[in-house]
Design a binder for this molecule. Sequence first.
Ligand code: A3D
Length: 320
Amino acid sequence: MARSKIALIGSGMIGGTLAHLIGLKELGDVVLFDIAEGIPQGKGLDIAQSSTVEGFDASYVGINDYVGIEGADVCIVTAGVPRKPGMSRDDLLGINLKVMEQVGAGIRKYAPNAFVICITNPLDAMVWALQKFSGLPKSQVVGMAGVLDSARFRYFLSEEFKVSVEDVGAMTLGGHGDDMVPMVRYSTVAGIPLPDLVKMGWTSQEKLDAIVERTRKGGGEIVGLLKTGSAYYAPAASAIAMAESYLKDKKRVLPCAAYLSGQYGVKDMYVGVPVVIGAGGVERIIELDFNKAEQAMFEKSVAAVKGLCEACEGIAPSLK
Ligand code: A3D
């Protein structure tokens, strides 16, 4: 059977890391696309040369023309600009919306059957615009944020409890902003919910609240340290988990920005919710029962995403 073709639209920090992980995991052949000439070609050649040492088989092609993504099975979109210190994700909206218009046209023309994972920020608005610009089915276009936010939450919890990251499960829903909703009740250590662990004296409510707050601001913490851009190792690993679930029909349950058509009382928006990803793309959206406090946090987060989508419509009226 031929290897899958994975197109990376944007070959910057996340794009390069994605390309490397795809090789190490032998998920398929890689096409790196970017508007910057030489970057995708150089990164592709560098990673291809590492394949002899690591012992993986995958081909790497760097391109500056969308024709090269033709027939891709998966497209992962990171094209655009990242945050610098002092910027919010929303500050990127104007520039990255124009980028999504170009990317959407490229995918529509050359890879209409691909499963598309968007990473470009502000995520929930960009994936919404990308689906509209590309015209691809909504189940084929999804945004990566929840896997990353949950990974950060899991990591901080594993540090607090001094247990393996493997035994910590966590879920973060809502939009990918500081209003995201870390679901404390549904987060567990080996199946034991966090509120029970507080009762058992494993941690205090204050410490748990601080971890929730650190998770919410997890992206900003890294931007503040790096100063020249935003996180890329964990974001790339998170998108790879989604791509792998699609390519191998694993049907993993992952929190992703998915198109909602009434679920959770939300219509025509992308918001972070738990979904099943398999060969059919987003195969199922899981609707959880929220308590009052969670419902209020979710609604606040959705309102922030709505504001961003309206701002997009103001810039690009075709999105209405
Ligand atoms: P960076 O290293 O700057 O890479 C972006 C690449 O996009 C660069 O190589 C640019 O040349 C390229 N590019 C710019 N305009 C275009 C265009 N019109 N067509 C094709 N390529 C273009 O950034 P990065 O890889 O660190 O981050 C990429 C995006 O991901 C940014 O918008 C970040 O804010 C976002 N991001 C999202 C998350 C989420 O969890 C959602 C996490 C981290 C970063």
